[in-house]
Design a protein around this ligand. Structure first.
Ligand code: ATP
Length: 291
């Protein structure tokens, strides 16, 4: 039976400004999204026994609460796709501000279309993605993008390169709803901050990227979870160029020039029980690998 696998890449928010509360309960944001080399692997195959989901690696709940399951349900309902069996090999820390669940959902949408040769335009997939969550449209497309609205209105930004990120994730989860409930709106009012001059980054000049490293959700999360502030301080003390919480946290990302530099800083971050990943920016979203 045909089986495909998809690399479902995580994202970071290099910067995030909350610009307003919306009547639908969400917030308007302006963010600079970046997909990164850290990924889950999602395996898909047709199933005669209805939608099924199993998980290897980091464990997450199976069943309808799983965003990958919800993506498969949407494909069957909206595009008459056959049922599929999903296996997740999870590496992306869960509830960490890295969009892991959203990436898995994007992978099922993209992979399901390829597996069953579904007639669905990219625009249709993007609209299904938004039904699942605000970050799913970006994770379908990936790369570097400015996101406004709930984060689903995407404006491509020239690919960023010439840097690495140290991801430091403390051993607890933050619910996105809780992070947004504590936000003070408009802390970063200068809306141009995510409109980066990425050519400067390509030339190895990290200065303009440093100016993006701000997150309006961070003060509220730090007030509730002081360890997030400790992680950020540890990264700065270790010598990163800049550090900021990604999305709703608790992962804090540290900006460095190279993976060698990131590796050299590791001894200064040990001993706290934090998960650490060294990642690179990538210029794609989820990728169907074997069809
Ligand atoms: P975001 O940055 O998009 O808010 P996050 O990285 O903070 O997301 P996720 O890892 O996507 O958070 O997980 C958030 C919640 O979603 C968890 O409580 C988890 O139980 C649930 N969830 C549902 N499906 C998945 C999945 N496939 N992988 C991980 N978590 C999932």
């Amino acid at each position: 039976m045909r089986r495909i696998h998809i690399e479902a890449h995580a994202k970071v928010n290099l910067g995030l400004s909350v610009t307003g509360a919306r009547p639908d309960g969400y917030h308007d944001i302006e963010t600079l999204f970046q997909t990164i080399s850290l990924s889950d692997t999602v395996f898909l195959e047709a199933s005669k026994a209805g939608i099924g989901l199993s998980c290897e690696g980091i464990q997450v709940p199976g069943g309808p609460s799983n965003l990958a399951w919800q993506a498969a349900t949407l494909l069957t309902r909206e595009l008459a796709a056959p049922a599929m069996s999903i296996t997740l090999f999870k590496r992306i820390p869960v509830g960490a501000g890295l969009g892991g669940g959203s990436a898995d959902a994007a992978a099922v949408l993209m992979g399901g279309r390829a597996l069953f040769d579904l007639e669905a335009s990219d625009t249709k997939l993007m609209s299904l993605a938004l039904e699942i969550g605000s970050d799913v449209p970006f994770l379908l497309r990936g790369g570097t993008a400015r996101g406004v609205g709930r984060g689903e209105i995407l404006e491509p930004v020239a690919p960023l390169s010439g840097f690495c990120l140290l991801l430091v994730t403390p051993a607890f989860k933050v619910r996105a709803e809780d992070a947004y409930a504590r936000v003070r709106i408009g802390l970063t009012r200068d809306a141009s901050y995510t409109k980066l001059n990425s050519s400067a980054i390509r030339e190895g000049e990290l200065g303009s990227l440093v100016t993006a490293f701000r997150n309006d959700l961070e003060p509220g999360v730090v007030a509730c979870y002081p360890e997030v502030g400790a992680v950020k301080q540890a990264l700065l003390d270790a010598g990163v160029q800049a550090a900021v919480m990604s999305g709703s946290g608790p992962t804090v990302i540290g900006l460095v020039r190279s993976s060698e530099e990131a590796t050299s800083l590791l001894p200064r971050l040990g001993g706290h029980g934090w998960q650490i990943h060294i990642v690179e920016p990538i210029d794609s979203g989820c990728r169907v690998e074997g069809a």
